[in-house]
Write a protein that binds this ligand. Sequence first.
Ligand code: DSN
Length: 422
Amino acid sequence: MTHQPALSALVAKDPRIAELVEDEARRQHDKIRLIASENYVSQAVLEATGTVLTNKYSEGYAGRRYYEGQQFVDPIETLAIERAKAVFGTEHANVQPYSGSPANLAAYLAFARPGDTVLGMALPDGGHLTHGWGVSATGKWFNPVRYGVREETGRVDFDQVRDLALEHRPKLIFCGGTAIPRTIDFPKFAEIAREVDAVLVADIAHIAGLVAGGAHPSPVGHAPVITTTTHKTLRGPRGAMILSDAEHAKAVDKAVFPGLQGGPHNHTTAAIAVALGEAQQPSFAEYAHAVVANAKALAAALIERGYDLVSGGTDNHLLLIDLTGKAVAGKPAAQALDRAGIELNHNTVPFDPRKPFDPSGIRLGTSAITTRGLRPEHQPQVAAWIDRTVTAAATQSEGALDMIADEIREFLTPFPIPGYSA
Ligand code: DSN
């Protein structure tokens, strides 16, 4: 058995599921995991998610619940809230959203009405589905207007943001997204939001851990409402939070419950509290800065090998690579990389002439490999494996992939992960 702690009851009761979980643990151990939204949570976070708290219903908020028996859930949720406020320096925190999309939906429910205009970053330019993209409920139920990046720089076009805001007078402006390799200029967004009297929502799902660790500027004081998942750079369980100033607190809470959700997932709340406790430690700031150092080193090594990075590099954990010049599209490259032991996702790049399901780019992030202990000196080797694999994919040299996977498995042996024992 490889999973830690051992899944003895699961093995006895449901060997097929146990076997699949064991296989997944081994897969996570044997690969260089570069999916920008993923990480490895600590053993303590893993344990908290697997507790009896999953048995409990707790609609409402601490001291104001609709079910009895909240003697222990109330202090757990209160601790999570207090730690969130301390880590991010906000006046209010709601730790109940089930994940990032419901957290963003709660922001719409709190501060807009169906049909209202919202301004968000276009998905192919790095935004998120829930920032008003057409196929999302947020694009169907609201009137979305979208800004993007400048073609020549790959960075947000603030002239366009301002022009669109002045023309359309949105109720909400979203900043942040899923494929933004550069620092988000919160003061600039705040200035535009103030000018048109819109509520600025900073979606910091990708960079929350960097903000918490002081490796990215904070939106606090600029965006009155901040949404985030808890499982990306922040390194907690799958969940989300909404942070806000005191003025917007009541509307946020009402929107999450009873507006959008039922009972919070108490096992997740406990694990969020644990992750936030970890984020309060000095070692977390070291981790956050190491994530950025690794991303910069990987970017430099890839550029040296002739790769075209959107915006020319990175300021955070994320790299977006346009493979147009490499004779292979994003999806076949990502599939070859997965087979070679490097896990990432295909991604559109700004002004992509290809379709989202078969785009020109790949997206990489360095949080998981940083948690695992890889450092800048390892990045030239990671870049070399990526390059060998992309070249093999372009020339359809399938045989090279298994050899690279073997090399990577051996390379990773001295880097243990929580939840797995070889
Ligand atoms: N799935 C997340 C990501 O990978 O960025 C966004 O929802």
